[in-house]
Write a protein that binds this ligand. Sequence first.
Ligand SMILES: Cc1cc2nc3c(=O)[nH]c(=O)nc-3n(C[C@H](O)[C@H](O)[C@H](O)COP(=O)(O)OP(=O)(O)OC[C@H]3O[C@@H](n4cnc5c(N)ncnc54)[C@H](O)[C@@H]3O)c2cc1C
Length: 344
Amino acid sequence: MPPHGLAVPGGVISHTGVAGLTLGGGMGWLTHMLGLSIDNLLSAEVVLADGRVVRASDTEYADLFWALRGGGSNFGVVTEFEFRLNEVGPEVHLGIFFWGLDDGASALALCRDFVPTIPQRSGLLIAAGLSAPPAPFVPEQYHFMPGYALMVAGYGTAEEHADLVAPIRRQLPPLFEVVTPMPFTALQQLFDDGVPWGAYAYEKGLDLDQLTDEVIEVLTAHAGKKTSPLSFIPIYLLDGAFSAVADEATAFGGSRRPHYTCTIAACTPDPAVLPADRSWVRSLWEALRPLASNQGSYVNYMTDLEQDRVRTSYGPAKYERLARIKAEYDPENVFHLNANIKPA
Ligand SMILES: Cc1cc2nc3c(=O)[nH]c(=O)nc-3n(C[C@H](O)[C@H](O)[C@H](O)COP(=O)(O)OP(=O)(O)OC[C@H]3O[C@@H](n4cnc5c(N)ncnc54)[C@H](O)[C@@H]3O)c2cc1C
């Protein structure tokens, strides 16, 4: 990627598998500027349930191609993805601003105010309950301290990025900040150590229309109650290029109107710690649920594959269309170990 300055939107962890990520949607640092991974998918080679190998695109097996872009692993085994490449970097700019738990309400309100100011050539991630990592850019006294982070990526010039992030520190001076250029690939790997291979994990997601005062109250009441330093709540902003795509253009399980999607994520290398943080995930999720914009979630953030929530995530019209396509390509539901679409 960096030698050529070309990229495709992916997740924020570089070692997440491309197939599952893409088939559910795929969101990350580039989503505000370039949409989801599926919005950049041109074609896919798929092994169908009956053994046929086909290529799906806008012009071949168009119904299957629509379903693959959000309908998950329900329709076949993808053996090749063809993506549109976009010019990114290779050098990009990142600003990280970190506040302690006591400043949570003000920090999240700042994030809410800041979001409408960001230009298209940027990306943003909010992290609630994040423990500051023991990284060289974090002052030692804050290592492992839980708090809130606002992270802003800029894909324009250094000056544009400096101007963009300046109001953040003016409005609420952070405990520490880092504003730096870096290769896009380094940005993609920034959190990799926070979710090591082999860790024990559990997560539940939901969508929020806005970071209202009620949402902020619930988040700040729970964010500090986790046990593992690796557990936290990433809150993705879905707007910009994401919202420029029509709802019905892909099978993405969620609305295309501007909103946030968050996942309450428990993660620990110690199996003995998992039950405590799994309870933390569930209790925060139950508390946020009445404030969510729907009762589904991004299907890639469902550890428990509850059938009713899969259906709700897609909504009746999309689910029924997916179920009809499933009946055509996988009538026996061979591919069912997933957020399952039942054949119509
Ligand atoms: C640490 C971590 C960070 C994450 N961060 C993000 C993020 O930033 N943005 C985001 O959008 N999502 C994120 N996710 C969620 C991620 O999108 C899903 O976990 C996704 O399923 C991962 O893809 P995978 O290929 O590793 O899937 P797997 O876990 O291997 O499989 C998931 C499903 O896809 C199926 N599958 C796998 N390969 C294929 C294939 N070739 N063809 C057909 N079906 C296949 C499997 O059978 C299974 O049903 C993250 C997940 C983790 C664990």
